[in-house]
Design a binder for this molecule. Structure first.
Ligand code: 13P
Length: 243
């Protein structure tokens, strides 16, 4: 089985003072059994890297599809790499919703991430209306087919299943619902990625210390992408311990 990954997505939260949470986290989990990743706002990557060294991995929350150039306000994958990132989250539902990112755009960004030597965490997930309409598996399959670029491998690509209705709501799918989607994702990847069995499949959406162990026991769940609970060292530490 792939090595587990506990990834924290700080979204648009945190500042330099919040970096102290990371010291607490590292002190509490000096040698975690899983890989630990924090994706802070891009402006915090450099100071965070200076603080944590190689104790945990760092990642961005988006990158541009182009390598450089006249794109005001955007950040290139190589620039994330330059300040210490090893990962970048791509196609998060908040970016798909707020910035109109399509599967095609996400695939182009992931290709740029790969070219820069970053591992892309490609996010997929259905809305509540799509789940109610019985479209979940079709939606996930289409997002996977459209968002994963050629050249994806288990080394440069992670997939995160984040049901939109479970993000920041305190609601989570049943274990059966998560198992169904993760099983489909593993199958679907086999048609696209040579080492599909090794690709890490994360679950994200209201992961908390109280539900982490149950979620991590589900087949084909290789870790978590954690939002709100990643901002507090105690909560994220408990989730890491559950992995
Ligand atoms: P929450 O853990 O706050 O629900 O956020 C999940 C998420 O969107 C992580 O990328």
């Amino acid at each position: 089985a792939p090595r587990k990954l506990a990834a924290g997505n700080w979204k648009m939260n945190g500042n330099r003072a919040a970096l102290a949470e990371i010291d607490t986290l590292i002190a509490a989990h000096p040698v975690p059994g899983c890989e630990v990743l924090i994706c802070p706002p891009a402006v915090l990557l450099h100071p965070m890297k200076a603080r944590v060294g190689d104790a945990i991995a760092l990642g961005g929350q988006d990158c541009h599809a182009k390598a450089s150039g006249a794109h005001t306000g955007d950040i290139a994958a190589a620039q994330l790499k330059d300040v210490g990132a090893a990962y970048v989250i791509l196609g998060h539902s908040e970016r798909r919703a707020d910035h109109g990112e399509t599967d095609v755009a996400v695939a182009a960004k992931a290709a740029a991430a790969h070219a820069a030597g970053l591992t892309a965490i490609i996010c997929v997930g259905e809305t509540e209306a799509q789940r109610d309409a019985g479209e979940t598996l079709d939606v996930i399959a289409a997002q996977l087919d459209g968002s994963i670029p050629d050249g994806a491998t288990a080394a440069n690509t992670v997939i995160a299943y984040e049901p939109v209705w479970a993000i920041g709501t305190g609601r989570t799918p049943t274990t059966g619902q998560i198992a169904e989607v993760h099983g489909l994702m593993r199958e679907r990847l086999a048609g696209k990625v040579a080492d599909a069995a090794q690709v890490r499949l994360l679950y994200g959406g209201s992961v908390k210390p109280g539900n982490a162990a149950e979620i991590f026991a589900i087949p084909h769940v290789d870790g978590a992408l954690v939002g709100g609970a990643s901002l507090k060292a105690d909560d994220f530490g408990a989730i890491i311990a559950a992995l």
